[in-house]
Design a protein around this ligand. Structure first.
Ligand code: PXG
Ligand code: PLP
Length: 441
């Protein structure tokens, strides 16, 4: 067996994703262990996890219950082909997710990541319209500043220029709503009061292109990657109205904000708006085994399945690892942990302390905006002249050196800790971040 030591022999061959590879390899930050709220580095330092890994480790690291469930699945059924076969856990997990999701989102399709969940949802929306005789509805509507993963469908509807510009035009006919980051929203706590009318961009697209060309509209209820962009009050409701009026499939991409981050099961619950599909991933398994999923409404599911002849495949889509037994085991155990520890309610209870703590950074040098909702939040820094992202990177590095792992995108520091964080750890987090901001010019 290959022995993996804590210090690798070479850093060259691993091409790291979304990473400044040359810089990293000159100054590596290796993580060698994790438990609860903390990582351990190869130098033996403890680092507080302010971003739940990449927003996936909702119940904290090293949960024994999940490890045991995965181990049991591994020894009983390591793999089961998901095309024309299934194993019991895939049905049980789907039943549990159908109960957890709002409204009639009762049918669950699986992939292995958020990116695959998003591309699956977009394809299901196209298949839905085709099944009811409206195959000409092919336009997909996304939004500026959105992140919907990195596959071609998600990239097409996404709105972050660096992720898009070198990869060509993507799928034809895509449209983008304007983002909702208005100047008057700076330092607003929770949901902004103004900006709901930005949802009328969708109505303008209907007026310009015809509703009968538009298949779906996908939005993150809270834009996560760009740093907790919280929807204006009434905005998601307005999108819902327009979609219902014109039979446009409304997809909420809850890959980050699902599973308790807003204090409820899904952001859809927190904002009281039921979409036609929800994409999820990340905390679905507490980040332990890769898995993504789409929850679809009864009507979408029934329309597609009903349009196919008996004994015929209804949807020509799926992955080798759809509903993988290890992922199902991890997800079932994660859902048990969330319920037993009442973690979504815990997030809701901690949200006021989180809000006070993050907004206490207002007034620090170079802080130009602070946003929060539930246990999510972001601190935006003024970019240095001619060097966007440099100040954000310096703050991020200083945080890591002083024991805090945050997410940096450009000059924004994004955070959303495991939902097990304590009040004391919220204090520790913002003490370290505040000091790093103050120490960075
Ligand atoms: N949709 C949304 C809303 C996401 O946030 C994806 C889809 C894609 O998921 P996968 O599992 O394919 O990565 C995401 C993922 C960050 C960061 O730091 C955000 C994501 C992933 C990695 C880093 O903002 N979001
Ligand atoms: N490429 C080839 C050649 C394949 O045979 C397959 C699956 O059979 C894939 C890609 C897709 O892989 P996955 O189902 O893991 O997404």
């Amino acid at each position: 067996m290959t022995e993996i030591t804590k210090i690798p022999n070479s850093l060259e061959e691993y091409w790291m994703p979304f990473t400044a590879n040359r810089d990293f390899k000159a100054n590596p930050r290796l993580i060698t262990g994790a438990k609860g709220m903390y990582y351990t580095t190869h130098r033996g330092d403890k680092v507080l996890d302010a971003s739940a890994g990449l927003f996936c480790v909702a119940a904290g690291h090293g949960r024994k219950e999940i490890a045991e469930a995965v181990h049991k699945a591994l020894t009983e059924l390591d793999y089961c082909p998901p095309f024309q076969y299934a194993h019991p856990m895939s049905f049980e997990l789907s039943r549990r997710l159908a109960a957890l999701t709002p409204g009639d989102l009762n049918h669950i399709f699986y992939g292995n990541s958020g990116s695959e969940a998003v591309d699956s949802a977009l394809k299901i929306a196209l298949a839905y319209h085709r099944a009811k005789g409206e195959g000409q509805r092919t336009r997909l509507v996304g939004r500026e500043l959105a992140y919907h993963g990195v596959n071609f469908g998600g990239l097409t509807v996404a709105g972050l220029v660096n992720n898009k510009r070198v990869f060509g035009p993507g799928l034809p006919g895509a449209l983008h709503l304007r983002h909702t980051r208005l100047p008057e929203h700076k330092f607003v706590q929770g949901q902004p009061e103004t900006g709901a009318e930005l949802a009328d961009d969708l109505q303008r697209m209907v007026d310009l292109h015809g509703a009968d060309t538009i298949a779906a509209c996908i939005v993150e209820p809270i834009a996560g990657s760009v740093g907790s962009l919280v929807p204006p009050k009434g905005y998601l409701q307005r999108l819902r109205e327009i979609c219902t009026q014109h039979d446009i499939v409304l997809i909420f991409d809850e890959v980050i904000c699902g599973f308790g981050r807003t204090g409820k099961q899904f952001a859809a619950d927190s904002f009281g708006v039921v979409p036609d599909m929800i994409t999820m991933a990340k905390a679905l398994t507490n980040g332990v085994v890769p898995m993504g999923a789409v929850a679809c409404s009864d009507s979408i599911h029934e329309t597609i399945t009903g349009a196919a002849p008996e004994q015929a495949i209804e949807l020509f889509h799926g992955y080798t690892y759809s509903a993988h037994p290890l992922a199902c085991a991890a997800a079932l155990a994660a859902l048990d942990v969330y319920a037993e520890d009442d973690l979504f309610a815990r997030a809701a209870a901690l949200a006021p302390s989180w809000q006070d703590a993050i907004h206490s950074l207002k007034g620090r040098a170079n802080v130009i905006d602070i946003r929060d909702i539930g246990l999510m939040g972001a601190v935006e820094l003024e970019p240095r002249d001619g060097a966007p992202g440099a100040r954000g990177f310096d703050v991020y590095m200083k945080c890591f050196e002083t024991g805090l792992l945050v997410r940096q995108t450009g000059d924004t520091i994004a955070m959303s800790p495991p939902l097990i964080i304590s009040e004391a750890q919220i204090g520790e987090l913002f003490d370290i971040l505040g000091a790093a901001i103050t120490a960075t010019d």
